[in-house]
Design a protein around this ligand. Structure first.
Ligand code: HEC
Ligand code: HEC
Ligand code: HEC
Ligand code: HEC
Ligand code: HEC
Length: 203
């Protein structure tokens, strides 16, 4: 008798646990399993808010390869030195920066975003398709320190790839339109269709 009751309770517990898991999973509440919000401490207090927000330096001035290659580069020190040979040279951080530059020591920025090796991602394809950096990276121009804004889960990628072609058009109105006009599909009548077969994103 006692055994049966205990067995029943155990079964119920497992059932409730499982339902809760399914509920949380379906509602995307399990993204704590991903690195959403990840914000490593950087070796120098470089502020996107100051540079990209206050001074409105274009993302692509520093992330030069983002529109042409699979990866978006993190700027090398000569880009910083375009300004910091003369700007804020009294600051101890800028003196550290100059020390790195003149002694050929790279600044070892901590990587914020990192997809697993078995996933293919291509920045250029998305930027050419008119996607804003902020759609995926959030309001970077307001961040003192960059953090991972989206969960970068497979569901996140596929949900956007599945969206009907028309729904992309609203994102085409703002932003970087002019700089990528030549190849920007926002400006043509071609509906966008993002592939969803497994081999698009997996090796
Ligand atoms: C287009 C010009 C420009 C470029 C390029 C640039 N900066 Fe700056 N940076 C500024 C300005 C302007 C300030 C604000 C200076 C001030 O408030 O006195 C600043 C401030 C800073 C500060 C804060 C200094 C302090 O102590 O307040 C750091 C650190 C810094 N920059 C690092 C970098 C790094 C690293 C790079 C390259 C990845 C870079 N900057 C590229 C213009 C630039
Ligand atoms: C003045 C140069 C400069 C500008 C302008 C700039 N960035 Fe950055 N960005 C950096 C540097 C340096 C790092 C590496 C340090 C860090 O993570 O803060 C970086 C890192 C990042 C990262 C994290 C990369 C990783 O490790 O995963 C993202 C995302 C990013 N930038 C997006 C943007 C976006 C979007 C804009 C425009 C709104 C922008 N950046 C403008 C210099 C710049
Ligand atoms: C469709 C979503 C999407 C858009 C749009 C996008 N990114 Fe990214 N970005 C990602 C993903 C996903 C990663 C992680 C890639 C990896 O780990 O291989 C990433 C990584 C980065 C990195 C780290 C270096 C790298 O390539 O791994 C930088 C810097 C960056 N993005 C900057 C930008 C800038 C600047 C823009 C706008 C010009 C932009 N991104 C637009 C999704 C996007
Ligand atoms: C905000 C919407 C959006 C998100 C988020 C997004 N994509 Fe895409 N992706 C697109 C669109 C639109 C295209 C079609 C581009 C074109 O027209 O060639 C595309 C195309 C691609 C391609 C094909 C590139 C090529 O060479 O033709 C790959 C690979 C890809 N995405 C991988 C990913 C991965 C992996 C993620 C998640 C880490 C992701 N995407 C997240 C919108 C998105
Ligand atoms: C638009 C891009 C995209 C497409 C299409 C896609 N995946 Fe993924 N997949 C990802 C990303 C990003 C990850 C890593 C993040 C994660 O685990 O959610 C991933 C992870 C996985 C994993 C590992 C899961 C884990 O938890 O470790 C498997 C297995 C997988 N995908 C299978 C598939 C299969 C099968 C298909 C075709 C039906 C497919 N994927 C289509 C982007 C994609």
């Amino acid at each position: 008798m006692i055994k049966k009751v205990l067995g029943g309770l155990l079964g119920l517990g497992v059932l409730i646990g499982f339902s809760l898991f399914v509920y949380l999973y379906a509602n995307n509440k399990l993204s704590v399993w991903y690195n959403k919000g990840y914000q490593p401490v950087q070796p120098l207090p470089f502020s996107h808010k100051q540079h990209a927000g206050d001074y409105k330096i274009d993302c692509k001035y520093c992330h030069t390869s983002v529109a042409v290659s699979r990866h978006s580069s993190v700027p090398s020190l000569n880009i910083c030195m375009n300004c910091h040979q003369v700007v804020a040279t009294g600051s101890k951080f800028i003196q550290t920066l100059q020390d790195h530059y003149f002694n050929d020591k790279p600044v070892l920025w901590e990587k914020v975003h990192l997809l697993p090796d078995f996933v293919k991602f291509n920045h250029a394809a998305h930027v050419r398709a008119g996607k804003q950096c902020q759609t995926c990276h959030g309001p970077v121009e307001k961040m003192e320190e960059v953090y991972q804004y989206s969960d970068l889960s497979m569901g996140w990628c596929v949900n956007c790839h599945r969206r009907p072609p028309d729904s992309y058009l609203d994102e085409c109105v703002v932003g970087e339109k002019n700089q990528i006009a030549a190849t920007n599909r926002c400006q043509s009548d071609q509906p966008q269709q993002a592939p969803i077969n497994c081999a698009t994103c997996h090796y």
